[in-house]
Ligand binder design. Structure first.
Ligand code: SAH
Ligand code: DHB
Ligand code: MG
Length: 218
């Protein structure tokens, strides 16, 4: 199936995503620097971009930058004067991301904070709420990231979490994988919080079988 999913993604990219040298260069730079190719896929990146425009996001928070591929899609969605704040643990990933963001002409939009997100989140201005929050870092910390996302949200903020299916691994309630447990706790929290209206979608494509959770703050 994986081959067909990838072929179908190639078809969609061919129809819907015009050649984009900036994003192609970013992926090449990531590969040259040895970063893992765990960025969102092109169709997913554009989907995030459209969601950001739908909510007219002016301030976006991303947890998990990697080489800035999703960051660039998001930064292109904010209007003039908008901001993307992105948090990355690895100084090496952050350096590559800053270079990619600079080549994309988006350095004035994006701020990359380096360090463990649970250490950089408390340094953000608690009064400057975000319109959209994309959680895509270490999956075991998803429950903590959701708690932070709620603190940094206003009514109408959209919270999106990547990789909530993981080839179906999330079904295994007794899994010893802390990432699986982090995703399961995330779903428990999404279900329990009256402030959130949430759903999730499974995805297949060039990145395999996975999914996104999406929630809006009431
Ligand atoms: N959003 C990116 C992909 C992110 S991959 C894209 O789609 O293009 C996940 C990233 O989270 C990796 O770069 C990893 O180094 C980072 N990460 C892992 N643990 C982290 C933590 N505790 N704090 C911040 N970033 C973390
Ligand atoms: C992994 C992380 C991601 O953010 C992703 O999209 C895919 C895989 C990982 O850590 O394996
Ligand atoms: Mg991801």
């Amino acid at each position: 199936m994986k081959t067909e999913w990838s072929q179908l993604d190639e078809y969609l990219v061919d129809r819907l995503l015009p050649p984009d040298p900036t994003l192609a260069n970013a992926l090449s730079a990531n590969a040259a620097a040895g970063l893992p190719s765990i960025d969102v896929s092109p169709t997913q990146g554009k989907w995030l971009h459209i969601l950001a425009r739908l909510v007219r996001a002016r301030r976006i928070l991303e947890i998990g930058t990697l080489g800035g591929y999703s960051t660039i899609w998001l930064a292109r969605a904010v209007a003039d004067g908008g901001q993307v704040v992105t948090l990355e643990f690895s100084p090496d990933h952050a350096r590559v991301a800053r270079e990619n963001i600079a080549r994309a002409g988006l350095s004035h939009v994006v701020t990359v904070h380096v360090g463990r997100a649970l250490e950089t989140l408390p340094t953000l201005d608690a009064d400057a709420k975000f319109d959209m929050i994309f959680i895509d870092a270490d999956k075991r910390s998803n429950p903590d990231y959701l708690t932070w996302a709620l603190k940094l949200s206003h009514p109408g903020t959209v919270i999106i979490v990547d990789n909530v299916v993981r080839d179906g691994a999330v079904l295994e309630a007794s899994s010893s994988d802390p990432d699986v447990q982090g995703i399961r706790r995330l779903f428990d929290m999404l279900a329990a919080k009256p402030r959130l209206t949430a759903t999730a979608l499974q995805t297949v494509g060039s990145k395999g079988w996975d999914g996104f959770a999406i929630a809006i703050v009431n």
